[in-house]
Design a protein around this ligand. Structure first.
Ligand code: C5P
Length: 273
């Protein structure tokens, strides 16, 4: 599989289209639900995160261009902020056109939780592309807008290789402690040191066969409307339903832009590309 290893970000990413004959997943359709309906409150008072600008373009545009340039995505559903669908639609079409991507696109409103937004995206995907049970479905956070194409392709290839649920992960570098309830003075007692060697931090895109992601969301449907119960990732629903999830290496560039600090790091990554 001769692909540029763009995980480090120093190599310019080759523009590849779904019709690229070198594409590693010939014969398998790959769909992506891109969730971008988050409020972005932790980024400050800047409105919905999808439209916050990074190097002069919305986070949503960066995320879509990354998917397009991965060369393996055939159809895309963008799940946008409910009150801004015309804006999300215009930004999506413009970003994908500039990346030379011409596949089927739908832009639909999200829910009150990430899980609810994914459910809305999966329903829209049925209408847009009528996926087969064996097609690959990626669920990707728009907030991970600089995810390298190699990471997207690695996830797809692992699903095509026979794994029903695949997640990119990175090792945990901090020492981690478990803490107990805060005492009267507000300090929290340490109750344990957690073995970080067996822990991984989870990224997106998470890749599934269509059958696996559908049944996982059906299994977890009751949790979707309640933020305190809702799944923060889709693989968690597969696990809860008793399914097997495997990991592939993620990358630091796939950071989730959540805080103003993350945005500054993302600016540096873009400047270095
Ligand atoms: O809130 P969190 O950081 O987990 O968000 C991860 C991704 O899920 C973001 O891309 C965000 O836009 C999306 N999201 C969503 N609908 C929500 C909450 C989050 O699409 N209700």
């Amino acid at each position: 599989m001769s692909r540029p290893d763009d995980r480090g970000g120093s190599e310019p990413e080759a523009p590849m289209t779904p019709n690229d004959p070198a594409a590693p997943v010939r014969g398998v359709r790959v769909h992506c639900v891109l969730v971008a309906a988050g409020s972005g409150t932790r980024l400050g008072d800047r409105g919905p995160k999808a439209f916050v600008e990074l190097a002069g373009r919305p986070l949503l545009a960066h995320a879509l261009e990354g998917l397009a340039r991965s060369g393996v995505v055939d159809s895309i559903v963008v799940v946008g902020p409910a009150g801004r669908i015309p804006d999300a639609d215009a930004a999506s079409r413009s970003a994908l056109a500039s990346a030379g991507w011409t596949g089927p696109l739908a832009v639909v409103p999200g829910g009150s939780t990430r899980q609810g937004s994914v459910v809305a995206g999966l329903a829209a995907l049925d209408d847009l592309a009528a996926p087969d049970e064996t097609d690959v479905v990626l669920v990707h956070d728009a907030a991970r807008c600089l995810t390298p194409g190699a990471q997207i392709r690695d996830v797809v290839e692992a699903v095509v290789g026979g794994h029903g649920a695949v997640i990119p992960v990175v090792p945990v570098t901090d020492t981690l402690k478990r803490v107990g309830e805060a005492s009267a003075d507000g300090t929290e007692p340490v109750t344990a040191t957690v073995d970080r060697a067996v822990l991984r931090a989870v990224q997106t895109p998470q890749g599934f066969t269509c059958a696996v992601v559908r049944s996982a969301h059906e299994f977890g449907a009751e949790r979707a409307g309640d933020e305190s119960l809702a799944a923060t990732d889709d693989a968690g629903l597969v696990e809860a339903a008793g399914g097997q999830v495997v990991v592939v290496p993620g990358s630091m560039e796939a950071l989730k832009v959540t805080t103003p600090w993350d945005l500054r790091v993302a600016e540096l990554i873009v400047a270095g590309r």
